[in-house]
Design a protein around this ligand. Structure first.
Ligand SMILES: Cc1ncc(COP(=O)(O)O)c(C=O)c1O
Length: 459
């Protein structure tokens, strides 16, 4: 199929996620053709180094033949099994058991979804059901973080704290609330970890008090805010938020859709601080993007509340045709094997110092105001003035221009609208690939800075 035909049909028919429809039509699609390791090839044969693992999901890298084989074998044996009517499949049951074994001790039950948005949505529905079941129907208020991202489902997008997911969608709902997030680089308190933690705790306490402690159902957060600009709270923050939720007697939900599966070092970010949430949402690295799948993990107390409360006689009406899909489950089991027995988790940990050092070195570039990361999840924040931390005028559309220059230089990463660059390389990235990535990035930033209006905006 010719490129011209494909781009024309794309413009006419394919709606892309989170995009300005007309701007996409003008730009046209970048059509990807294949991938191997951390490298992507486009339809014209250009090779680019993918420092974003697709959409922070292809943690095992492209072209893992054992994952393809696992999917093919399951497709031949049993391509579909419903979870309805008490049916199940072997890989789905095994995967549920493995996830419970590997995740924090508090989590004992798993509901599988198709991705992260519906995992968050399922969590909200189960929490609502739980409180109604245990006779606390007044607990309907949900709290999350400004700049947090919890997907774009009809309800979950209201917990997301990013305005584009609300505008014209009539969100957030009246029972969805946001508190300020721990954004060290732009917090007047500076980056004193204790002060940042204390501030978040007091915001949560104050909001619960304001809403009425007996009316609040849950607090949702990511261990590191990904789509909000890779905001990395200090170590100890997640634990402090958990302890505050326990003290306030509200459910604590950790969204590990990005941070799970080795992204921050351990299998789950919760591990690093011994955090044991009441519910946890997963997706992305669960199947490394080779097949769609997400999950919500649930404590025994929440499960039992639903099972034995006022609902014990009726059907819990939550389901999807593709919940616990056997092919996705087989893919996930093989990804888990690659993370552990395949050595990818430890490889990711071993190249993390190189990633961190490269990010820190980028601070010497005139455009880079902040560098932050944990594990293989990182960001650079570009600024107009390093002293005042003034943002670059959004009308410069720096993110779009940098993405185009970077592509020309053979690298892909995420460029956010507010001049933040996000990095989430696959766990198979090598030190040589980091050298390539960061030398091409430096060159791309230089090329950007040479453009007269950018130079003027940062002068
Ligand atoms: C933290 C978090 N939660 C939920 C989601 C939604 O997942 P999905 O895009 O698979 O629906 C994302 C996606 O980026 C995410 O980063």
């Amino acid at each position: 199929m010719s490129f011209d035909k494909l781009t024309a049909w794309d413009r006419q028919h394919l709606i892309h996620p989170v995009t300005n429809f007309r701007a996409h039509e003008r730009r046209g699609a970048t059509i990807l053709e294949s991938g191997n390791g951390s490298w992507l090839r486009d339809i014209h044969g250009n090779e680019v180094l993918d420092a974003f693992a697709g959409l922070w999901c292809v943690n095992v890298g492209y072209g893992q033949q054992s994952v393809v084989d696992a999917a093919a074998a399951q497709m031949s044996r049993l391509p579909y099994a419903t979870g309805y009517f008490s049916f199940a499949s072997e890989p789905a049951i095994e995967l549920a058991r493995r996830l419970v074994e590997l995740s924090p001790n508090s989590l004992q039950h798993v509901y599988f979804t198709l991705g992260g948005s519906d995992a968050v949505d399922a969590a909200i529905r189960y929490i609502t059901h739980y409180y109604n079941s245990i006779g606390q129907p007044e607990r309907k208020e949900f709290i999350a973080l400004e700049r947090g991202y919890h997907g774009s489902s009809g309800t979950g997008a209201g917990l997301t704290g990013l305005p584009v997911f609300h505008q014209n969608f009539d969100l957030p709902r009246p029972n969805q609330h946001h508190i300020p997030c721990p954004y060290a680089y732009r917090n007047p308190l500076g980056d004193d970890p204790e002060a940042l933690i204390a501030e978040s705790v007091s915001h949560l306490r104050a909001r619960v008090e304001e809403l009425g402690p007996s009316r609040v159902a849950a607090f949702f957060c990511e261990p590191i805010l990904g789509s909000g600009g890779v905001l990395v709270p200090p170590v100890g923050w997640l634990k402090a938020m958990q302890d505050t939720c326990r003290d306030l007697d509200i459910l604590f939900v950790v969204d590990e859709v990005i941070t799970g599966f080795g992204r921050t070092g351990p299998l789950f970010a919760c591990e690093e601080e011994g955090v044991e949430p009441d519910l946890m949402t997963l997706a992305k690295g669960l199947t490394s993007g080779y097949a769609p799948m997400g999950a919500v993990l649930m404590s025994d107390a929440v499960y039992a509340g639903i099972a034995d409360g006022n609902a014990s006689e009726f059907i819990v009406g939550h389901g999807q045709t593709y919940s616990a899909h056997p092919v996705s489950a087989a893919v996930a089991l093989e990804c888990l094997r690659l993370y552990h027995e395949g050595g990818l988790l430890s490889h990711g940990q071993s190249v993390t110092p190189s990633f961190t050092a490269h990010l820190q070195r980028m601070l010497e570039h005139p455009l880079v105001g902040d560098a932050r990361s944990r594990g293989l999840l990182g960001a650079l924040e570009l600024v107009a003035d390093k002293q005042t931390r003034e943002r670059i005028d959004p009308s410069v559309k720096l993110h779009e221009r940098l993405a185009a220059i970077a592509w020309e230089n053979g690298i892909v990463f995420r460029t956010f609208g507010d001049s933040i660059l996000g990095f989430a390389p696959a766990l198979c990235f090598t030190e040589e690939e980091f050298d390539i990535l960061f030398s091409r990035l430096w060159r791309s930033l230089d090329a950007l800075l040479e453009q007269p209006d950018v130079m003027k905006a940062v002068a």
